[in-house]
Design a protein around this ligand. Sequence first.
Ligand code: GDP
Ligand code: MN
Length: 386
Amino acid sequence: MKLHEYQSKRIFARYGVPIPQGDVATTPEEARRIAARLGKRVVVKSQILVGGRGKAGGIRLANDPDEAEEVADDILGMEIKGLTVKKVLVDEAADIDTEIYLGIVIDRAQHKPVMMASAEGGVEIEEVARVTPERIVKVSIDPFLGLQQHQARELAFGIGLRKELVRDFAKVASGLYQAFVENDASLAEINPLVVTGDGKLLAVDGKMLIDDNALFRHFDLAEMRDSDVETPEEEEARRHGLSYVKLDGNIGCMVNGAGLAMATMDIVKLYGGEPANFLDIGGGAQSEKVAAALRIILSDPNVQAVLFNIFGGITRCDEVARGILEALDEIDTNVPMVARLVGTNDQEGRRILAEADMATASTLAEAAQKAVAMAKSNQPVTTGRS
Ligand code: GDP
Ligand code: MN
């Protein structure tokens, strides 16, 4: 889960990272009030979950409250990379001397967090990494020891930071590391960390990615989720505990197990079809979850056929079959469907579906071929067995 700039910076501040004074506004008037309270030049920044806001015109300076209101009026409602701006952060403007990059991610090859710094801050770090990788200094952090002072100093000297700033830099670096660890982040980044005209460090931008699998132990963070970045289908899938990714094809797939879902997509492609989605209903799915999954699949207008591939283990095939019928009672659809159910209670499952005149198949290959044929003609093919 991605956090907004203002959310990330507020978290960083709790760990002693200096951030500008400021607050969030959803209306131009609110932006004016914040600017008036700050009583100085401000920067009005769109809060959307994509980078490069500056270039897109989503970050502007304002000299006084009047101007802050005007600028906020321009930015609110703006479309940046397909997202509509609904909030702006009004921060006191920083007097920027230099811009540094400081970030931390997990290095999967080393099984450790790695902290990176560069004197080329402000710009996209991916670009720096591609063109001038030698301009990025890295240290690997032993998770048992944490970020050590000498490592923070190594980064500071590596980017040519003035000596009198090294101590403050080390504080920022350990604060960022602490924020990263304690919030189960997969990325925490300050870009730019600026050196101000009067020689202080200030985190002007902030970004955090939180590991979704850790949200159960961070209720405060889970509540920060911005549902705007999710489609309604993705949101519904998440609420029901389904893993759902929409794709461009026309064969809707409902499968239990991520590996089986991958294999199902491969087989569909092998027989000349294109999957409309990846959908894993997980183990032990109850009928209402199955019904939600089917509703999500059928809400995609591209779907011309649906393939169920269920391997019964903890998941009971009869339960899945009931879920399918439950969903079909509510949804008026003429999209053809084929089900392959094997494993626990598969006979019962197949009987339930056959009674409802749904095509069934005994192997994945057969099911995939039927689904591909159905999608081509968008007509139910006669069942091979039932
Ligand atoms: P991003 O474009 O989405 O990464 O947004 P940033 O917050 O990183 O801002 C982009 C750039 O705008 C920064 O690198 C700065 O050069 C500039 N900027 C941001 N805030 C201020 C500010 O308070 N004062 C000044 N002078 N420039 C700023
Ligand atoms: Mn930035």
